[in-house]
Design a protein around this ligand. Structure first.
Ligand code: ACO
Length: 322
């Protein structure tokens, strides 16, 4: 069998915890509204560490859990929309800090679906091109681009990193990955860049921020989350009963509840950690996978699905045997 298997995982969040009450003093909101409408109670927001710092800490933990040293890694892919720099990528910063050798290392941008895109790219590069051990990461410092005067977004987003070491195996691992993107919906969720200037010499001070049509993204998410799981089940000739756990992007507890109802899947087998972390974009799925493993919810031999959706709009999922 030519399979790609999870050899180890790790995650990291900054120490600084921000509770809902903090936002009551900043915008017109309440702890009660945030908890009932999103499921979030608190989140981690970075004060000093940048995306590559979070990614580095998560990567070290994943390497330790996979008993893998830097010289063995032959591919690094980082899913992020909040790199330390526009260039170089977070992947290169990590490569330097981990002291990896000359190998392919690159960032990808598929917003909250980024980690699922990274899984597919790594899986196919390993199966087709012979790479043996890949480090894939979802890492974000969304707080850099959050408008803390906009109550529609500031209570949702947060910072984290999740990492995974993938290796070649004779045992079943990643069974299938499905990716989607619908560019017609790109205007629903954006992180602005610096605006074009009429006079190229002018230096503008406008900061780029995240903007979102929450209601439409919510509607979209509750449709595509169950639909991509159904697609995966069909492609792998399995049924929903064959899944031990579903790990979905943690954007809103109500989206996860609705997906469970739509799939007729036991709610307690839909992983949920949004309460303590908020929406950490590309970090959300690998952070949840790592937590599920460390807490014993995801055990060796179990079969789980992960799925995500986000700006683009993009969405996708995977079925994996751990
Ligand atoms: N506190 C109090 N009221 C608020 C807040 C807040 N923090 N935020 C919005 N409201 C208000 C709105 O202004 C609106 O008021 P109005 O009726 O006077 O206009 C009211 O609450 C209801 O607004 P809705 O948008 O309908 O609120 P909803 O219950 O849908 O919750 C939310 C909003 C949480 C944003 C929800 O729509 C959601 O989770 N959407 C999906 C977001 C998402 O999944 N993003 C994923 C991708 S992230 C990425 O790719 C980086």
């Amino acid at each position: 069998m030519n399979a790609t298997k999870i050899l180890g995982t790790g995650s990291y969040v900054p120490d600084n915890i921000v509770h809902n009450k903090t936002f009551e003093k900043m915008v017109e909101t309440s702890d009660e509204w945030i908890q009932t409408r999103t499921g979030i109670k608190s989140r981690h927001i970075t004060l000093e560490e940048n995306t590559s710092d979070l990614a580095y800490e998560a990567a070290k933990k994943a390497m330790a859990s996979a008993k893998t040293n830097a010289s063995e890694i032959d591919l690094i892919i980082v899913a992020t929309v909040t790199g330390d720099y526009f260039f170089p990528g977070v992947a290169q910063l990590l490569q330097r800090r981990l002291k990896c050798r000359n190998i392919p290392a690159f960032d990808i941008n598929a917003a909250c679906t980024g980690f699922v895109y990274a899984l597919e790219i790594a899986d196919k590069m390993m199966k087709n091109d012979g790479y043996k051990k890949a480090l894939i990461i979802g890492a974000e410092t969304l707080s850099k681009f959050t408008d803390f005067e906009d109550r529609n977004t500031c209570v949702l987003f947060a910072d984290a990193a999740g990492a995974m070491i993938l290796g070649r195996s004779e045992q079943p691992g990643i069974e299938d990955v499905i990716l989607h993107s619908e560019g017609d919906l790109e205007g629903l969720l954006r992180m602005e860049s610096y605006p074009l200037k009429k006079d190229f010499k002018t230096i503008e001070n406008k900061r780029p921020f995240i903007s979102m049509n929450g209601r439409d993204v919510f509607r979209f998410a509750t449709t595509v989350l169950p639909s991509v799981i159904r697609e995966l089940l069909e492609k792998t000739h399995s049924t929903i009963e064959d899944l031990d756990l579903i790990i979905a992007h943690q954007a809103n507890k109500r989206i996860i509840d609705k997906a469970a109802r739509s799939l007729e899947f036991p709610r307690e087998r839909m992983y949920l950690n949004i309460e303590s972390f908020g929406n950490t974009s590309a970090a959300s799925v690998p952070l949840a996978i790592d937590e599920a493993i460390k807490s014993g919810r995801l055990k060796k031999g179990m079969r789980f699905a992960c799925a995500a959706f986000g700006a683009g709009l993009t969405w996708g999922g995977a079925i994996i045997q751990y």
